[in-house]
Design a protein around this ligand. Structure first.
Ligand SMILES: [Ca+2]
Length: 375
């Protein structure tokens, strides 16, 4: 996804810890829902070649600002101050990055169909089929271990990084230090976002400290999201797992660790095995109360009977649903919006990245790959 994306969270306290995973390669920033007050995870516009063209700028140096930040993060994470100071002084300022986290101009109309076409397209579906065939066994194992269907994992990794092709070329230390210190003041939630990146930088330093000496610098999106699943450092710390059993967690080079980690993330956010993500929905105009239906946004809030009493029309399968539903509205530019009835599992997908457009793209890409696989 393009700049200034915001994954997010309903549960505020978890939000600070978790979220902001992804950094899909090309999702327009408008795709975030109005719930997205929390993070940004950057969706670097990825370079579609495999060439590692690292972005660079001048060193920060041992400025008073850097020294103060080093003290704060060293204390918070119980890291040696000299080491932290050295890392941060050696970080490079990335002049282009701050503007990439700015929200899009408000006059850019959201367009689900256009968004969808970027992800549910033959090249990405073919790459998904290849990925599924290659990792069928770990995908099955993840499904058994965490209760999350293979197609959801395949959908996430496909939308995030085109199956490992677009993992981002920014040195994560540079990106996070830049956003922690030079966050654009013009951003509507500048203080909150800057604090978020500072916190992520702290988690990242812990991760760096654990690396073997001489390891190449970790690269990721312009917002610091890393590896096949584009996990932010705090999510890596909390949800990443060693799923290939080699004794270490490596989301940069191990697609199998990424598979287990995505499934673990979904499970941690309440994925319910066997529950659909959404149902088709129509309207009975005579009793339609769309403002009420849309008021909770993507948070599932209506029982089936309440949902229908307010004018939503559900098919037989959906009428058997026992949990709460949300009316999810997706704009199509100047055309009529699309709607689906989102379940709690739809909501779980939006915990990966706070956007209903993102969630539906993940779901539909996974389904398209599954169909192609004959699953
Ligand atoms: Ca591993």
């Amino acid at each position: 996804m393009t700049p200034s994306f915001s994954p997010s969270f309903a549960l505020r306290q978890i939000a600070t810890v978790v979220v902001y995973l992804a950094a899909c390669a090309s999702v327009p920033a408008w795709s975030t829902t109005k719930h997205s007050r929390a993070a940004t995870h950057g969706h670097a516009h990825k370079v579609p070649s495999k060439a590692v063209r690292q972005v660079s700028g001048p060193h920060f140096g041992a400025t008073p600002q850097i020294v103060a930040l080093a003290h704060e993060l060293a204390e918070q994470h119980k890291l040696p101050i000299d080491w932290v100071r050295q890392q941060l002084s050696n970080a490079r300022q990335l002049p282009g990055v701050p503007k990439m986290v700015m929200p899009p101009p408000v006059n850019v109309p959201k367009n689900w169909r256009a968004y969808r076409e970027r992800f549910i397209e033959p090249r990405r579906i073919d790459a998904g089929v290849q990925f599924w065939k290659t990792y069928d066994s770990p995908l099955q194992r993840a499904q058994q271990t965490y209760g999350v269907p293979a197609e959801m994992i395949v959908g996430i990794i496909g939308v995030e990084t085109f199956y490992g092709q677009h993992k981002g070329n920014y040195r994560v230390l540079d990106a996070l230090t830049t956003l922690a210190l030079n966050f654009p003041a013009a951003h509507p939630r500048a203080a909150e976002r800057q604090a978020f990146f500072k916190s992520e930088l702290g988690h990242f330093l812990v991760q760096m400290r654990q690396q073997a000496p001489g390891t190449a610098p970790i690269t990721g999106s312009f917002a610091g999201a890393m590896g096949w699943p584009q996990f932010m450092p705090s999510s890596w710390a909390k949800f990443a797992v060693d799923f290939d059993g080699d004794g270490r967690i490596d989301l940069l080079n191990s697609p199998v660790d990424a598979i287990g980690s995505v499934a673990n993330y979904f499970k941690a956010f309440g994925w319910q095995t066997g529950m659909p993500t959404h149902y088709p929905v129509k309207f009975d105009e005579a009793r339609l109360d769309k403002p009420s239906l849309l008021a909770p946004d993507i948070l599932p809030s209506f029982s089936v009977s309440n949902f229908m009493a307010k004018g939503a029309v559900l098919d037989n399968d959906a009428q058997q649903h026992t949990g709460p539903l949300a009316l999810v509205e997706l704009f199509n530019g100047d055309d009529a919006p699309s709607y689906v009835a989102g379940t709690e599992n739809f909501y779980v997908v939006t915990r990966y990245n706070w956007s209903s457009y993102y969630a539906l793209a993940v779901i539909e890409l996974g389904q398209a790959v599954a169909e192609q696989m004959g699953r």
